[in-house]
Design a protein around this ligand. Structure first.
Ligand SMILES: *Cc1c(COP(=O)(O)O)cnc(C)c1O
Length: 413
């Protein structure tokens, strides 16, 4: 007993001594390498300024990156029911399984099997959304890994890696490749991000293109982090909604999905991540990571999420998606009429257009606000290759989308 105490005390002494020598606590200096993001604050500032100088003008926002339709009926009634259960002794629930309740994982498993992707229950992890998991998964990878990210891109991929001190290289997405970069055999990357349908461009990979990425990953022993947050917007049966529709992908890919955009859960918070057992240690490591650092999604929310996967829920969320997609069609048809180059909009709520008259994206933002009172998002905010491009979204109301596009046609038609 005494010897153990002595041992502990001497260990403590060493730790204290080491601390004294190092003097100061040291922060993660990688944060100094993050680029400041002024995108949405600059947009808000410009719009507010315009409104206060032009109070009689009606500004229409087509820059929204958030859903606007409320949760569907099936979800609301499941949420109510779960709330009531929590107030009754017999059905009250405390801590749940960190990786999610079986009822929800079962529903996800069934959802995948509809597209002939067979998953085991322990490959499915429920989370509070794709953004957290996309960041948290990096716990499993050494900081020496080289990361390949498309440009333009959802900024989370880059920033989470910068925070961990990883080297990030970019795959050019541009007009020439339809904003769908393909693997370059001469470039070696360990961690590869793919988002399809893409935010911000709305571009979608077909199976053949995804197959090339899977082959590249397997040849290089790299891992693909596949973001399927917009899978529900894919309406063509031949286009992949999950990377696991590609043979061999389970051996090289982790998939993230979310109910945020597909079922309006941006404020309710629920998503799921697939870590196949074919990835070896990673499956067990992710379970270990989650059980250590995460205590699960609220029972009530998981019951709401379960309802999304019922027949009724699927029908109802499709109505909302169809509503957004009808807006997207109005936008792309207008761009077509005006002869403006664009991608997206067919299988995505985002339309990515080339700024007319060779304007850069911030000049086009100012021009569109001043001349047509339309707010969009400058492509430059998503990366260097977004410099002369612009993102419009279909998350507005139908009436506003039509009015905005009438104004747009007057300007450019
Ligand atoms: C909106 C979005 C998500 C979803 O994030 P949540 O945290 O689930 O709300 C994930 N990836 C991309 C590219 C997105 O645009």
């Amino acid at each position: 007993m005494d010897s153990i105490n002595l041992l502990l005390r001497s260990k403590e002494y060493h730790i204290q001594n080491k601390r004294k020598k190092e003097k100061n606590m040291r922060i993660n200096s990688n944060y100094e390498n993050l680029e400041q993001s002024y995108l949405f604050s600059t947009i808000a500032k410009k719009v507010n300024e315009y409104i206060s100088n032009n109070p009689d003008k009606k500004v229409i926002r087509l820059g929204i990156g958030d859903v606007t339709k409320p949760l569907c009926k099936a979800v609301i009634s499941a949420l109510h029911k779960a709330v009531d259960e929590m107030g009754v002794q017999e059905t009250f629930r405390g801590y749940g399984p960190e990786q999610g309740y079986d009822f929800l994982r079962e529903a996800v498993k069934k959802y995948y099997s509809q597209r002939n992707v067979e998953l085991d229950m322990d490959e499915i992890f429920i989370s509070d959304g794709a953004k957290s998991d996309v960041g948290n998964i990096l716990d499993l990878f050494d900081s020496s890994n080289k990361v390949l990210v498309p440009d333009p891109v959802y900024p989370v991929y880059v920033d989470t890696n910068i925070m961990a001190g990883r080297e990030v290289i970019f795959a050019d997405a541009n007009g020439d490749n339809g904003f769908l970069p393909m693997p370059d055999k001469s470039v070696k990357a360990d961690i590869i991000y793919i988002c399809s349908p893409n935010n911000p461009t709305g571009a979608v990979y077909n199976k053949e293109q995804l197959r090339a990425w899977v082959e590249y990953a397997k040849e290089n022993n790299s891992i693909i982090l596949f973001d399927a947050a917009y899978e529900c917007f894919v309406s063509d049966e031949n286009l992949p909604r999950s990377i696991y529709e590609i043979e061999g992908a389970k051996e090289c890919a982790i998939e993230f999905c979310s109910l945020s955009k597909t079922a309006g859960f941006t404020g309710t918070r629920c998503g799921y991540t697939i870590v196949p057992r074919a990835l070896g240690a990673l499956n067990k490591m992710w379970l270990r990571r989650q059980t250590t650092k995460f205590n699960g999604v609220p029972y009530i929310v998981q019951r709401g999420a379960e309802a999304v996967f019922t027949e009724e829920g699927q029908k109802e969320i499709k109505e909302n998606i169809d509503y957004y997609m009808a807006n997207a069609k109005i936008i792309s048809e207008t761009l077509e009429k005006c002869g403006i180059w664009h991608v997206g909009g067919k299988h995505s709520p985002y339309i990515w257009l080339k700024c007319p008259n060779n304007m850069n994206s911030w000049d086009f933002f100012d021009y569109l606000l001043k001349e047509a009172q339309i707010v969009g998002t400058p492509g430059a905010g998503f990366g260097r290759n977004g410099e002369c491009y612009f993102r419009l979204t279909s998350f507005g109301s139908k009436e506003n989308t039509i009015e905005a596009m009438n104004r747009f046609e007057k300007l450019f038609g």
